[in-house]
Design a binder for this molecule. Structure first.
Ligand code: NAD
Length: 449
């Protein structure tokens, strides 16, 4: 495996220089042809994703997200990478020109929860910035890889600078040793290992890790909107999403009404059985993930929490499912409120005041994203107080749905510049500046010798 991966990295490096020299317009044209090849393989990609994940609509959404990401990043690339114009230093004597240099080979290590989208989310801007890219998707969701490889092979200029390598943790670790910059999406635990390995290599590591996103619902919120939004934001993809809402803080006067509305709606969500198209909620990725969620629920109940709906792991067709599970009577002593859950669980805590809700929301080792539901004036005061990179106001998961908004992960949720917005391209360029003295002469501060 090591030989194969090193050989693939070596082959990509051979072509990286040519790719960088091609210029933005040519790279955009190559990626446009790739986009057409991906679109032509949409059914095979969706089938592969649905086979491994057990969900259909989100698999279709993943292919659409990749296609629009290529288009969007191509637009930003045109603006950002156009040759830098010369400008003057403050005294006018020196000309300044930006001449950025792409990292040669970028490595991408991605997780299983959005297998295709997250395999390519960093690869697309890196390619447009002029880097070669080696991607290692999660070993738990390999079925989309053959169709993706075919799409790459159909565009030879791209195949020279983009490869997919398969394998588990050992392949991921080896990939970090072979590249000039690494983009990692996954758990905090693995992220720390990748960061340490990158430090040894002295290469940058862009880390997008786990979360325990809070939602605040105040007494001025539209409870119909808040309950529908939080139900979806906590359970989409079976809660197996980094920006899943995993903690809800509701102001006391509206807490019971909010819970009642939420439970009523949660009970109407269907499991996607026997076929992925038959419902909204797919299975856990594997039994281990179902065990993690069951253990957190058992711990919460043992400490006095009440399960208001859902709560029982079900087995259908050999895979494990959980209906939307609303839990009340929780506190921060419970793992359900402190450790990433990654399941369709909505734990709700009553807050005595807005102050209390903000304090509780910020009481976490994570800082990925969050949500606030309140009247617009109050929400505008609360949202900037949350210690997380992306806050949705009167909606959920907008950080994933609105890709223009630049954001960083706070605390243990990650490291590095924004992977959203035009910054997603800039981070693959090492800044270099050319400084030209316009009228060369002996300078008074040089040695007078
Ligand atoms: P994981 O950390 O177990 O694995 C992620 C990837 O890392 C896999 O491809 C795996 O093979 C590889 N890997 C494992 N050990 C490695 C090592 N020592 N060196 C290099 N690579 C190694 O994560 P997962 O279970 O696949 O994904 C779920 C996690 O991902 C959750 O914590 C979730 O919050 C997080 N996630 C974060 C974002 C984000 O944008 N912040 C997005 C999606 C998922």
């Amino acid at each position: 495996m090591t030989d194969t991966l090193a050989a693939q990295a070596g082959a990509l490096r051979l072509h990286a220089g040519d790719w960088a020299r091609r210029g933005v317009a040519e790279r955009i044209a190559v990626l446009a042809r790739w986009s057409a090849e991906i679109a032509a393989r949409r059914p095979a990609l969706v089938a592969g994703l649905a086979r491994d994940t057990g969900r259909l609509a989100l698999s279709e959404m993943e292919v659409g997200a990749v296609l629009s990401s290529i288009e969007r990043h191509s637009g930003w690339a045109r603006e950002l990478l156009a040759q830098g114009k010369e400008r003057s230093s403050a005294d006018g004597a020196v000309a300044i020109r930006d001449a950025p240099v792409p990292y040669g080979l970028v490595g991408v290590v991605s997780p299983w929860n959005f297998p295709l989208q997250l395999a390519l989310i960093d690869a697309v801007p890196a390619l447009l910035a002029g880097c070669a890219v080696l991607v290692k998707p999660s070993e738990l969701t390999p079925s989309f890889v053959p169709a993706l490889r075919e799409s790459i092979a159909a565009v030879p200029e791209l195949a020279a600078v983009l490869s997919i390598v398969e394998g588990g943790p050992a392949a991921g670790a080896e990939l970090v040793r072979q590249v000039d910059a690494v983009c990692f999406t996954g758990s905090v635990r693995t992220g720390r290992l990748v960061a340490a390995a990158a430090a040894e290599q002295f290469i940058p590591a862009f880390l997008e890790l786990g979360g325990k996103d809070p939602a605040i619902v105040t007494a001025t919120a539209d409870l119909d909107v808040a309950s529908s939004a939080i139900l979806w934001g906590s359970t989409a993809n079976t809660g197996q999403s980094c920006m899943s809402l995993e903690r809800v803080y509701v102001e006391a006067p509206v807490a019971e009404e909010f819970v009642e509305r939420l439970v009523a709606k949660a009970n109407r969500v269907r499991l996607a059985v026997p076929e992925p198209a038959d419902g909204e909620l797919g299975p856990f990725i594997d039994d281990r993930q179902a065990d993690v969620v069951a253990a957190q629920l058992a711990d919460a109940v043992a400490q006095g929490a009440t399960i208001r709906c859902g709560g029982q792991i079900e087995v259908h067709g050999g895979r494990r499912y959980l209906r939307p599970t609303v839990v009340t009577g929780v506190n921060h002593e419970m793992t359900l409120m402190s450790v990433e859950t990654f399941g369709p669980v909505i734990p709700i805590m009553v807050a005595d005041s807005v102050e209390d809700a903000v304090r509780l929301a910020n009481d976490s080792e994570y800082g990925l994203s969050g949500a606030v539901f309140a009247d617009p004036e109050q929400a505008a005061l609360i949202a900037p107080r949350l210690l997380a990179g992306g806050i949705s106001v009167n909606d959920v998961c907008l950080t994933g749905l609105v890709p223009e908004g630049e954001k960083q992960a706070f605390k243990s949720s990650g490291l590095g510049p924004s992977r959203m917005g035009p910054a997603s391209l800039r981070r693959f360029l090492r800044q270099r500046v050319l400084l030209t003295r316009r009228s060369p002469r002996i300078q008074p501060w040089w040695y007078d010798v």
